[in-house]
Ligand binder design. Structure first.
Ligand code: 5AD
Ligand code: SF4
Length: 454
């Protein structure tokens, strides 16, 4: 591919933080070829839709976006220019050829494991419109992590680092084991190297990412396999790095070592996203989660013993096939027992190719909707309560963005709450003590000493 300068790259990202990370890496790979990110597909030389397949209507959304982009491609062609259109991510992995068939103006379809081959793929599709189109949904032997460019390492104060990918858990509702493939962990030295570069590039906080991040089992510098607890301990030794987080975890992989580092490593933030999906043992079994509600309660009790100020978040699915009113009550009870600082909840949607898609006992949509609102009302209540309780505390906040109002900056508390204050932009990138004045549904407000804020 030629290294002509000033090409426009538009990437639209759906879904999880892994996808955001992947989009960033695709931009890094294309940057030496002169591609700069823009925030509109109009006039773009390359458009990448980095898609998510986890919940319903994913494919429809991709096609409706493609439909909106098509006229822009046509407009470029009328001016004698070319727009490459690529569909990447998990919908690409799952739908492959079907996308090329239904959208003849799409040039490339490639899955999450092959984006390091992007320059080669782009070189191949430089033929005339409609020719040399590519579908690449392989799981190549060479890992994409081995060929990422070095110079991608300025993500700002709060950075993401992918350490693990794929999942071997096969929850019966989930497409991830099929779209992202089986578990793969990067080596500890590779991760620490990347973490140091992120810190050199200004990161104060790193979130270690993986579809099932606490199943991490990477090769350590001693030749042994290291777990996530060991990796966090090693990462915490990096000078200049102040905060560590990790997401997303599975309760079955919450081992004692990992629980222990929550108590010992101050840099590990007191906030954990640990999806439970349901509080009913019957449904958990049908979901193939391989744990019960009480297992989850026990893990949380151990974690809170290690780190009493730990705040928790989770994912829930309501309306899984066969879910009765009693099953749903068990979920509400679990939420009451644990007390969450935040949580995501979803109506079950059948994903083609997953075991649950063939299960009997479908739940009527109005029943599922009603359960979803009840669950969300309870979670919102807990979240507001949690946020309100932080009023009056002084919390270290990592400022990383400007707020919408003039003079306002925005950062994250240790418990992952968004905190708005009046303050000078030069505070962006710093961790500053903030006196929290008020807690709301989704955010906090606070003030910093006027001498610092100015
Ligand atoms: N239906 C509804 N929610 C789902 N999730 C995953 N698959 C499905 C599905 N088929 C939710 C789970 C998971 C989160 C990322 O998305 O709660 O933890
Ligand atoms: Fe999907 Fe998470 Fe279950 Fe893996 S552990 S199958 S990613 S829900």
């Amino acid at each position: 591919m030629s290294k002509a300068a000033n090409k426009k790259l538009y990437i639209k990202t759906w879904g999880c933080q892994m996808n955001s990370y992947d989009s960033g890496r695709m931009a890094d790979i294309l940057s030496p070829f002169g591609y700069k990110c823009v925030d509109s597909p109009v006039d773009a030389d390359m458009v990448i839709l980095n898609t998510c397949h986890i919940r319903e209507k994913a494919t429809d959304k991709v096609f409706s976006d493609l439909g909106r982009i098509k006229p822009h491609k046509k407009a470029m062609e009328d001016q004698g220019k070319k727009m490459l259109i690529a569909v990447a991510g998990c919908v690409a992995q799952a739908e492959g050829d079907f996308i090329l068939e239904r959208a003849p103006y799409v040039d490339m379809v490639f899955g999450p494991q092959t984006y390091h081959e992007l320059p080669e793929m782009m070189a191949k599709v430089t033929g005339a419109y409609g020719e040399n189109r590519i579908v690449n949904t392989e799981f190549p032997a060479e890992s994409k992590f081995d060929s990422l460019p070095e110079e991608h390492l300025s993500q700002g104060p709060s950075a993401f680092l992918s350490i693990q990918e794929g999942c071997d858990k096969f929850c019966t509702f989930c497409v991830v084991p099929y779209t992202r493939g089986s578990e793969f962990s990067r080596s500890v030295s590779e991760i620490i190297d990347e973490a140091k570069k992120l810190v050199d590039g200004g990161a104060k906080e790193i979130t270690l990412l993986g579809q099932n991040v606490n199943a991490f089992h990477g090769e350590g510098p001693d030749g042994h396999t290291w777990g996530l607890g060991q990796l966090i301990e090693k990462t915490s030794e990096i000078n200049g790095l102040e905060r560590i987080r990790y997401t997303t975890s599975h309760p079955r992989d919450m081992d004692d070592e990992l629980i222990d580092v929550h108590g010992r490593i101050d840099k590990l933030m007191p906030f954990l996203h640990l999806p439970v999906q349901s509080g009913s043992d019957r449904i958990l079994e049908a979901m193939n989660r391989k744990h019960t509600g009480d297992h989850y309660r026990d893990i949380i009790a151990k974690l809170r013993k290690a780190r009493p100020d730990l705040a928790l978040s989770s994912d829930f699915i309501v309306g899984f096939p066969g879910e009765t009113d009693e099953d749903f009550e068990d979920t509400l009870q679990l939420v009451r027992d644990i007390g969450f600082a935040s949580a995501y909840s979803f109506k079950y949607s059948a994903r083609p190719g997953t075991p649950a898609a063939n299960m009997q006992g479908l739940i009527r949509d109005d029943v599922a909707s009603e359960r979803l609102s009840r669950l969300q009302a309870l979670i919102n209540e807990q979240q507001l309560d949690f946020n309100r309780k932080t009023a009056g505390l002084t919390l270290p906040v990592l400022f990383d963005r400007k707020g919408k109002k003039p003079g306002q900056i925005l950062g994250q508390s240790p418990w992952n709450q968004s905190v708005y204050v009046q303050g000078n932009e030069r505070l962006l990138g710093q961790i500053i003590n903030v006196e929290i004045t008020e807690g709301f549904d989704n955010s906090l407000t606070g003030s910093i000493e006027t001498t610092i804020a100015a």
